[in-house]
Design a protein around this ligand. Structure first.
Ligand SMILES: [Zn+2]
Length: 143
């Protein structure tokens, strides 16, 4: 029922061990990820993670409170794990250049009313991404 991140660097950051969820805070102060008849009455939400991490904020027992607890887990726990892993990786300019060349060679095109070959809407979007990547090639360490 929780959230598991499975995007880039998930395996390296072991995010599969970090299932986040909004735990219910029961009237007796206990916090639980079990949502059933026995836990139907609760006073708020707190961000929890399967690894044992706990959020610091108590959110109201509303849908919005649940969203905020999930957001705290994502922002204050999951993202720092992924960002720390990302700091360990360096993509070389040569690899980025090879990627942009490959993407430019595969941009989808169509033929317009005048018979000219033009990029499709999707192709123009992909070209924007390629150009953003090419701008990264201009960056040097320390800038
Ligand atoms: Zn965790």
């Amino acid at each position: 029922m929780g959230t598991i991140y499975c995007g880039p660097l998930a395996e390296q950051a072991d995010t599969y061990s970090h299932e986040g969820y909004a735990a219910r805070i029961l009237p007796n102060g206990a916090e639980t990820g079990t949502w059933n008849y026995a836990t139907r009455e609760f006073t708020g939400y707190r961000a929890h993670c399967d690894c044992g991490w706990r959020g610091t904020t108590t959110y109201p027992p509303t849908d919005r409170g649940e969203e905020l607890a999930d957001g705290e887990w994502d922002r204050d726990h999951l993202r720092p794990l992924i960002d720390a892993e990302a700091q360990r990786h360096t993509v070389t300019a040569a690899r980025l250049l090879a990627l942009t060349r490959s993407l430019r060679a595969s941009l989808p095109t169509t033929v317009d009313e005048q018979g000219r070959q033009v990029l499709t809407e999707r192709g123009r979007g992909a070209l924007d991404v390629v150009q953003s990547l090419e701008q990264l090639l201009d960056e040097l360490p320390g800038e």
